[in-house]
Design a protein around this ligand. Structure first.
Ligand code: ADP
Length: 386
């Protein structure tokens, strides 16, 4: 069993600048909090990772993903809170005794060793019998399709092959928890897609707990059983890919998850005869029953709101929110229209249904959306109101 529990985990990096901070008056440097002790890179981090779960930590650069992973690995001291792996408190346990294996973005292979020696290295240190090492290395090489490269040195391999070796080196250790820090970031787009599929297959074969860090929302959505979205050292939302896509907790998550990005409008939330509706650009749309229920439960008052609608949920129609086409991008099965509307640059995905739709620059369009796909956010706090 390798359940991983992070309870109120915190990381503070001491730095000289932070000493200037007045006691009791935390300041902000960039978007991170600075206290007397230093820069607070991660705080209030609470997460219960089930045995064999695939968890992805995702967020923009600097949000604290790697720091969190490195605290789990034991490569970074934990400043506060508790980390347990398989029920054991790990805060002060050496990395080698945590039953984890980590794969880095940089591969971190030993250049003077062959692929075989790289993969066998940790097992030799553990003083495993030679034939057992051989069996484990060959099994992992088979899984990763690198058997033919076992005698090569890393410099004679492509980036994708090197990353497979790095993963192989982790597999042979048969860890209870697999930690991966942006393992695909150094690969080109095509190879990254391939390796993403490989990681999904790998996960099927080696049934263990995965904690995976990436800044790429597509990787997060496709790989994670659940994803943890972070910003400025804080968790913003934890949920399945579908949950965070359908019910983003706030504007940040709404904008971060989904490609192309969700459109945002200034709108009004109204309530008449107990029914909620949103009004934007002279168009009023009643919200779905499910959203009505949630808004009513929270007794949300009529107010100015930020309305979010995903590009594939906006539809062209005869009469709706008026806009002017700025750019029309032909994507094959659809056209991405960039439309100036309500003072925003709005993206609408229009399916071509085989026939290339034609929207010259300057075309006037009308857009509408359904009451089930409208997301309503608090204008001040950015919190999802429904
Ligand atoms: P991410 O992985 O999300 O890009 P990191 O966890 O690497 O973010 O970093 C989080 C924050 O902590 C960043 O602001 C970064 O500059 C800071 N940080 C990371 N490592 C150190 C360090 N060794 N000393 C001081 N600050 C650091």
């Amino acid at each position: 069993m390798a359940e991983v529990i992070l309870k109120n985990l915190k990381k503070v990096y001491p730095n000289a600048e932070s000493k200037k901070t007045k006691k009791g008056e935390p300041q902000k440097k960039g978007n991170l909090q600075i206290t007397d002790e230093g820069v607070v890179a991660v705080q209030d981090f609470n997460l219960h990772i089930a045995d064999k779960e695939f968890i992805v930590l995702v967020g923009p650069s600097g949000c604290g993903k790697s720091t969190t992973l490195r605290m789990i690995a034991g490569l970074e001291d934990i400043s506060g809170g508790e980390l347990t792996i398989g029920g054991k408190l790990m805060n002060d346990v050496e990395p080698k005794d945590r039953d984890i294996a980590m794969v880095f973005q940089s591969y971190a292979l030993y250049p003077h060793m062959t692929v075989y020696e790289n993969m066998a290295f940790s097992l030799k240190l553990k003083k495993l019998p030679k034939d057992e090492i051989d069996k484990k290395v060959r099994e992992a090489a088979e899984i990763l399709d690198i058997t033919q490269y076992l005698d090569r040195k890393p410099k004679a391999l492509s980036g994708g092959q090197r990353q497979r070796v790095a993963i192989g080196r982790a597999i042979v250790r048969d860890p209870a928890v697999f930690l991966m820090d942006e393992p695909l970031s150094n690969l080109d787009a095509k190879l990254r897609n391939q390796m993403r599929a490989e990681i999904i297959k790998l996960r099927e074969r080696i049934d263990t707990t995965f904690i995976y860090v990436t800044h790429d929302q597509t990787e997060a959505m496709t790989l994670g059983d659940r994803i943890v979205i972070m910003k400025d050292g804080f968790i913003q939302q934890i949920g399945t890919p579908q949950e965070v896509f359908d019910h983003p907790a706030n504007l940040f998550v709404a904008g971060f998850i989904g490609m192309p990005q969700m459109n945002f409008f200034d709108a009004k939330l109204t309530r008449q005869n107990g029914r909620y509706a949103v009004t934007v650009g002279g168009v009023t749309v009643e919200l779905s029953d499910e959203k009505q229920q949630r808004l009513a439960e929270h007794n949300v008052a009529e107010q100015d709101v930020t309305l979010g609608v995903r590009p594939d949920h906006l539809m062209l129609c005869a009469d709706g929110i008026k806009g002017t086409v700025d750019v029309s991008e032909m994507m094959g099965s659809s056209v991405h229209l960039h439309v100036a509307a309500e003072g925003k640059d709005v993206i609408v995905i229009v399916p071509t249904n085989g026939a290339a739709a034609h929207f010259p620059m300057g075309s006037e369009v009308n857009m509408i959306f359904g009451g089930n796909v409208a997301h309503v956010f608090d204008k001040e706090t950015g919190k999802n109101l429904e």
